[in-house]
Design a protein around this ligand. Structure first.
Ligand SMILES: Nc1ncnc2c1ncn2[C@@H]1O[C@H](COP(=O)(O)OP(=O)(O)O)[C@@H](O)[C@H]1O
Ligand SMILES: [Mg+2]
Length: 172
């Protein structure tokens, strides 16, 4: 993993970024780096936390979610859901932390507008937020109201390369 700019220059990614609430940025050269980054993020997550993932198709949002799932130790394979909008992964073994389930939402097919909000409502994510970590691809502008505080993660592809750049910050 290559770190380009982090608010604490000496240590790079550590728990201080959360407290600092600063916007942090990192380069992720390979899919594996993206999954590793997700694993590191998972260490900071507990029941009730929401992660919103933004970025174009193929940016690596699902790959990152796979890493978060691995870090949380939840069950089941993380895939890009084609028909299912939300998938619950049951809690598994989690070293050093209380086990927690993860709900993975891909809001891409929800679109926008009032109908999307209705469909979102039907997912009952606010119930999940009592007990699970909720990760929402394409959730920006749709799910912020469900929680007082969320981790906003943005990914982008660098042109003509596999490198992804990720920025993240706690909002709220
Ligand atoms: N550095 C990288 N980080 C994440 N994915 C990468 C990277 N380099 C190549 N890829 C590939 O790009 C694709 C990302 O797909 P996916 O995670 O489903 O994106 P999204 O969910 O944002 O649409 C995967 O095929 C992955 O292997
Ligand atoms: Mg995806």
């Amino acid at each position: 993993m290559v770190t380009r700019a982090v608010e604490s220059p000496s240590n790079g990614f550590d728990t201080r970024w959360r407290k600092a609430k600063a916007l942090a940025e990192r380069e992720l050269p390979t899919t594996e780096d993206t999954e590793d980054f997700g694993r590191a993020l998972a260490d900071e997550l507990q029941a009730g936390d929401m992660v919103i993932l933004d970025g174009p198709l193929g940016a690596g949002k699902t790959a990152l979610t796979r890493g978060i799932a691995a870090g949380l130790g939840v069950r089941g394979r993380v895939t890009s859901p084609t028909f299912i909008i939300a998938r619950e992964h049951k809690a598994g073994e989690r070293s050093g932390h209380a086990p927690v389930p993860m709900v993975h939402v891909d809001a891409y097919r929800l679109g926008t507008g009032p109908r999307a909000l209705d469909e979102l409502d039907a997912l009952d994510l606010d119930t999940d937020l009592d007990s699970a970590v909720v990760v929402v691809e394409w959730g920006e502008g749709l799910v912020e109201h469900l929680t007082a505080r969320y981790l906003m993660v943005r990914m982008r592809r660098e042109p003509e390369s596999d490198v992804r750049t990720v920025t993240w910050e706690w909002v709220g």
